[in-house]
Design a protein around this ligand. Structure first.
Ligand code: C2E
Ligand code: MG
Ligand code: MG
Ligand code: MG
Length: 295
C-alpha cells in the first residue's frame, strides 16, 4: 500500500510538472501571437500609470508606465504572470516597443487636450537596451508625436547585467543628450551599482521597495548612505513602494526627493489616471481652479 501511495504521488508530481510545462508553453505561444503576430484573439496590452510625487511639496510630477495584458480568457494579467514567458529577446524588445507606442499616443492625446505637462517613465528590458537602434527609435517616435524628450524617463535595472561598454551605454548616452532622464530602477538590491553609475548617464536612483522598508529599522543606514552618495554625485533619489505614513514621514526627513507607492496611489488605468491626475474628463480637460488658463 505504501508503495502504491508513493507511486501515485510520483504520478501526480509528473502530471503537475506536465501541466506546468504545458501552461508555460501555451503562455509563450500566446505572447508570440500578441506581440509578434498582433492576433486580436490574443487580447491586448494595456498601460497603467502610477503617479510619482515630489516628497517635500507633495506635488505630483508624473507617472511610471506599467504594462498589463488583457488576456482573452484569464482577465487582466500583471507582469509577474507573463514576463517570465517573454524570455525571448525579440519578444522583450517587442513588448517595450508596444508599451512605448501606447505611452506616446497617450501623451500626445493629453497634450492635444491641454493637460499639464507631466513626465512618464518607461521600463526598458535588457534586450531593448542591447538594440543599437534603441535611441533612434525612441527619439523618432517622440518627434513624430511632438512629445518633448524632457518629459520622458527610461528605467533600467542592475539585474539585467548590462555590459557597461556595449550598445546600452551608447544608447543611453544618446537618449540623455537628447534630454531624456535615466532612472536606475530597483536600486539597492543589485551588485554592480558603482560601475553602473560611472558608465551610464544615470540621473535618478529608484530605491527598491525592500530598501524603503528598512526605514525605521537599524538597516535604515542604507538609505542614508545612498542619499549621501546621491548628493555627492548630484543624483535624485526616488523611493518606490511607499505604503505607510511612517515611511513617508521618515523618507522626507532623510531627504528623499521623489516617491511612489500605494500610500499615494496604485497604478491606474489610463482613464482613471488622466481623470484623477491630469484633470481630463471624458469630454476634455477640466482645468483645476487656479491652474493657468482656468476661469
Ligand atoms: P518596477 O519597474 O520596479 O515597478 C514597480 C512595481 O511595484 C509595479 O509592479 C508596481 O505596481 C509595484 N508597486 C508600486 N507601489 C507599490 C507599493 O506601494 N507596494 C507594493 N507592494 N508594490 C508597489 P508591476 O506593475 O506588477 O510591475 C512589476 C515589474 O514588471 C516592474 O517592476 C518592471 O520590472 C516590470 N515591468 C512593468 N512594465 C514593464 C514594461 O513595460 N516593460 C518592461 N521591460 N518591464 C516592465
Ligand atoms: Mg520601474
Ligand atoms: Mg521599480
Ligand atoms: Mg521594483
Amino acid at each position: 500500500a505504501a508503495k502504491d501511495a508513493g507511486g501515485q504521488r510520483a504520478t501526480r508530481f509528473e502530471s503537475s510538472l506536465q501541466t506546468e510545462i504545458l501552461r508555460r508553453y501555451t503562455l509563450q505561444a500566446e505572447v508570440r501571437d500578441l506581440l509578434l503576430r498582433h492576433e486580436p484573439s490574443a487580447g491586448h496590452l494595456e498601460v497603467h500609470y502610477q503617479p510619482l510625487l515630489d516628497m517635500a511639496s507633495g506635488e505630483f510630477t508624473g507617472a511610471e508606465a506599467l504594462v498589463r495584458w488583457q488576456h482573452p480568457t484569464r482577465g487582466l494579467l500583471y507582469p509577474d504572470a507573463f514576463l517570465d514567458a517573454v524570455t525571448d529577446n525579440a519578444l522583450d524588445a517587442a513588448l517595450d516597443r508596444s508599451v512605448l507606442q501606447v505611452v506616446v499616443a497617450d501623451m500626445a492625446a493629453w497634450r492635444s487636450q491641454g493637460a499639464p505637462e507631466r513626465s512618464v517613465s518607461v521600463n526598458l528590458s535588457r534586450s531593448s537596451l542591447e538594440n543599437p537602434d534603441l535611441a533612434t527609435e525612441i527619439l523618432t517616435t517622440l518627434a513624430d508625436a511632438g512629445i518633448p524628450p524632457h518629459l520622458v524617463h527610461v528605467e533600467i535595472t542592475e539585474h539585467e547585467q548590462l555590459e557597461t561598454n556595449g550598445p546600452a551605454a551608447a544608447s543611453l548616452a544618446e537618449l540623455a543628450a537628447a534630454g531624456i532622464t535615466v532612472d536606475l530602477d530597483d536600486y539597492g538590491i543589485g551588485y554592480s551599482s558603482l560601475d553602473y553609475l560611472r558608465r551610464f548617464p544615470v540621473h535618478v536612483l529608484k530605491l527598491d521597495r525592500s530598501v524603503v522598508q528598512t526605514v525605521g529599522s537599524d538597516d535604515e543606514a542604507l538609505v542614508s548612505a545612498v542619499l549621501a552618495m546621491a548628493g555627492a554625485l548630484d543624483l535624485k533619489v526616488l523611493a518606490e513602494g511607499i505604503e505607510t505614513e511612517d515611511q513617508h514621514r521618515r523618507l522626507v526627513e532623510l531627504g528623499v526627493d521623489l516617491g511612489q507607492g500605494y500610500l499615494f496611489s496604485r497604478p491606474l488605468s489610463v482613464r482613471n489616471y488622466q481623470q484623477q491626475f491630469l484633470g481630463i474628463s471624458e469630454i476634455g480637460v477640466d482645468l483645476a481652479p487656479g491652474a493657468p488658463g482656468a476661469p
